[in-house]
Design a protein around this ligand. Structure first.
Ligand code: C2E
Ligand code: MG
Ligand code: MG
Length: 711
């Protein structure tokens, strides 16, 4: 027998006051693979049943005390007892006794005297039946539980009779008692939300006619008016002749799931304080609007609005009031952004304006389908006027002003990020202009063009009036500690702004092309200065002049250098030109030709900021250069990293193997100097030896030339 119980073998309880009968039964059952326990009275049987929980009970009828019928009836009263198969063993084969035995809940009966073979077959048969029933019951229980947990209910519809059987769970879902459900498809459809009813019916009919999968989401209206959302799925069961006999399906309550989906959506796309769109969804919508604007060739504008001095409200009245104020501001802004509002009438009828809060006191507005830029400005001004009306928050009258920046598509950018960034820039400009005003990004751009023009004029004047000053930074030989040269660094002695460093004016000079004139001026002045020092009997050194890309790749460098050297009489070896990797690498062939011509003059060439570009030293060796300057970022590492900076040291080693001299830039500490010297670096420059200084200060550092001293 296939036994699947928890015990090793099924357990039978044999109840008889006759010890001999019990022995016979035990023998037969044990032979059949069962375990046996015995009781000699009804009372004993009940007690033993409770503790041993047998899988089958064999019960004698005639016993002193509780007889078999009474014992059977008692057993059936408990939960376990109600399920156990009970076999009545009786001498009484009269019909009445048999009927009585069944009445008291007996599963079957067997006549005495017992035939052991028949007995064991009967018992095994009863056990098998009981297991099957138990398994079914358990699986049904599990299914019911699963349905309740998953909130899935099932139903069956018979199209021919229109009968609709709903499970208890479905009735619960519909909010009616099973006995009150009319049991027709119409009764079910009555419960479906009126707006969804057509779809549900259609889906069920399509299942029958077109055999399309039936899966519909719909709402069910409970008697109290509450709505729940349900997913209805169904399948058709057909007979062999392709005729649908019935439609069976499930209904799952997904109200909670929908609710959390909505909540997640709200959290992800909306600002929790004001309920407005948040940054993510605003950007999303702007992207969509941009696609449309591109297609329709319309203008759209993003407004960046920041409340003025909101922090003061927060700090003085507290965050609660601050939050309430933000909510009220959001509400008021929403009034102005609503499409039908008069504010927007100027902008056509297809507009779909949007409002969002990016965080803090920052709001953004998207205006679509504008006729021209002025529309955006007009709306912004009206918003400001509207905001200007005092807010009453918990008894406090609060007056709010805002600064608004506007960026317009397509003029000010054609991506969300560009538009938002530029609207933000314009907003800051509004703040700078004393707050409470509106600024267009494009007007700022005009201003910046003006500014550019101003800088250009000023630079031109500066060159004419020689407002540039040259600073010299010593370069020393690491082995001797003696000065071997100076890098020339330009400064602008601005009449109003004081001494400006290259970072403040070089970009403008490069943009305008004035850099070429400036570089030529620097070159001339530096050579003149160097020659003057030598003329004063100071020890000859080289001056290193930075040259820009424009100067190298323009046509004038070689003739200018020739001319300057001739005019000043400076030995060519006392002039070094510094160019960056990228300058040298661009247009390699032309570079080689030009630089070779310079080399032939006797001028020295070096690669500045080495290591920051993408060139390799071996490639650079094709250029006629004499020195590389290791960028100061690598020199800084030498002492900050626990292991000696591999890059700087590798550059030194490589440069030496290529017969190039190496100079370390930005040396600031003794430790750096020592390490560089130890690793064979030739020269160095940096604050440790001296910051860039005016010509006179540098001249003081130069020893008098031995030659002159002698002469
Ligand atoms: P650069 O050629 O790499 O010049 C070195 C820069 O590092 C200089 O900045 C210098 O003041 C700074 N410096 C020197 N020693 C140290 C140090 O120990 N630590 C640190 N942290 N910095 C140090 P500056 O004078 O501001 O020049 C910046 C850049 O401007 C130069 O970088 C060069 O590319 C460019 N430049 C300067 N003068 C001219 C010029 O006349 N013509 C051209 N085309 N470019 C120039
Ligand atoms: Mg330099
Ligand atoms: Mg440098």
């Amino acid at each position: 027998m296939e036994w699947q119980g928890e015990r090793a073998a099924p357990l039978a309880l044999v109840v008889d006051n006759d010890g001999l009968v019990r022995m016979v039964v035990r023998e037969a059952l044990e032979l059949a693979g069962l375990e046996v326990c015995e009781a000699e009275s009804g009372e004993q049987a009940l007690a033993l049943f409770a503790t041993a929980r047998p899988d089958i009970v064999l019960l004698d009828v005639m016993m002193p005390g509780l007889d078999g019928f009474a014992t059977c009836a008692k057993l059936r009263e408990s939960v376990d007892g109600s399920r156990v198969p009970i076999l009545i063993m009786t001498w009484l084969d009269d019909a009445e006794s048999i009927a009585r035995a069944y009445e008291q809940g007996a599963t079957d009966f067997i006549d005495k005297p017992l035939n052991p073979t028949i007995l064991s077959h009967r018992v095994r048969y009863m056990l098998r039946g009981s297991f099957a029933v138990n398994a079914l019951r358990k699986s049904e229980e599990r299914m019911g539980l699963a349905q309740r947990i998953a909130q899935i209910s099932n139903w069956e519809w018979r199209p021919d009779t229109n009968q609709f059987m709903a499970s208890a769970e479905l009735c619960r879902l519909m909010g009616i008692r099973p006995q009150d459900f009319a049991g027709t498809l119409d009764a079910f459809l009555d419960r479906v939300h009126a707006d969804d009813r057509g779809r549900v019916e259609e889906a069920l009919r399509s299942l029958l006619t077109k055999r399309v999968l039936c899966k519909v989401e719909h709402r069910v209206v409970l008697p109290a008016g509450v709505e729940v959302t349900v997913i209805l799925q169904a399948e058709a069961l057909s007979d062999g002749q392709q005729k649908e006999l019935s439609v069976v399906g499930t209904a799952q309550d997904i109200t909670d799931q929908k609710q959390s989906e909505r909540e997640i959506h709200r959290l992800a796309y909306f600002d929790s304080l004001t309920g407005l769109l948040n940054r993510v969804s605003f950007k999303d919508r702007v992207t969509q609007a941009l696609t449309q604007a591109r297609r329709r060739h319309t203008i759209l504008a993003t407004l960046f609005l920041d409340l003025d001095r909101f922090k003061i409200v927060n700090d003085t009245l507290g965050h609660n009031i601050g939050d309430l104020l933000l909510q009220s501001v959001a509400d008021r802004l929403a009034e102005f952004v609503r499409p039908s509002d008069s504010v927007c009438q100027a902008v056509g009828d297809e507009e779909n304006h949007l409002l969002a809060r990016l965080g803090g006191d920052e709001f953004t507005v998207l205006l679509t389908n504008l006729h021209d830029v002025q529309d955006a400005e007009k709306i912004a001004r009206r918003i400001m006027v509207g905001l200007g009306q005092p807010f009453m928050i918990e008894g406090h009258e609060i007056v709010v002003t805002a600064s608004v920046g506007i960026a317009v598509f397509p003029d000010d950018g054609d991506s969300v990020d560009a538009l938002l960034k530029h609207a933000d820039v314009a907003m800051y400009r509004a703040k700078e202009d004393g707050r409470n005003n509106v600024q267009l990004y494009s007007s700022r751009r005009t201003a910046s063009v003006n500014e550019r023009a101003k800088v250009e004029d000023a630079l031109r004047y500066a060159i004419e009036r020689e407002e540039f000053a040259l600073y010299y930074q010593p370069q020393v030989d690491l082995r001797t500690n003696g000065i071997v040269g100076a890098e020339v660094l330009v400064r602008w002695q601005h009449p109003q702004r004081g001494l400006l460093s290259p970072a403040e004016f070089l970009p403008a000079a490069m943009d305008t092309g004035l850099i070429v004139m400036m570089d030529e001026w620097v070159l001339r002045a530096a050579c003149r200065q160097n020659q003057a020092w030598q003329g004063r009997g100071l020890m000859p050194v080289r001056v290193a002049v930075n040259v820009s890309h424009s100067l190298i790749h323009g046509s004038s460098l070689l003739p200018v250098v020739e001319e300057v050297l001739r005019q000043t009489g400076l030995p060519p070896a006392c002039l070094e030109l510094e160019l960056t990797e990228s300058i040298a690498m661009r247009n390699m062939d032309a570079s080689i030709a030009r630089l070779t011509a310079l080399r032939l003059l006797g001028v020295q060439l070096c690669i500045d900021d080495f290591g920051t570009g993408y060139s390799s030293l071996s490639y650079l060796q094709h250029l006629p250069i004499s020195r590389v300057k290791i960028d100061r970022s690598f020199i800084r590492e030498i002492v900050t990293q626990s292991t000696p900076a591999p890059i700087a040291l590798a550059i030194i080693a490589l440069a030496r193997s290529l017969n190039l001299s190496v100079l370390a830039e930005g040396v600031e500490q003794e430790a750096q100097r020592k390490l560089l010297l130890m690793h064979g670096c030739d020269e160095a420059q940096g604050y440790f030896f001296g910051a860039p200084m005016p010509a006179e200060a540098f001249a003081m550092m130069l020893p008098v030339s031995a030659l002159r001293q002698v002469g």
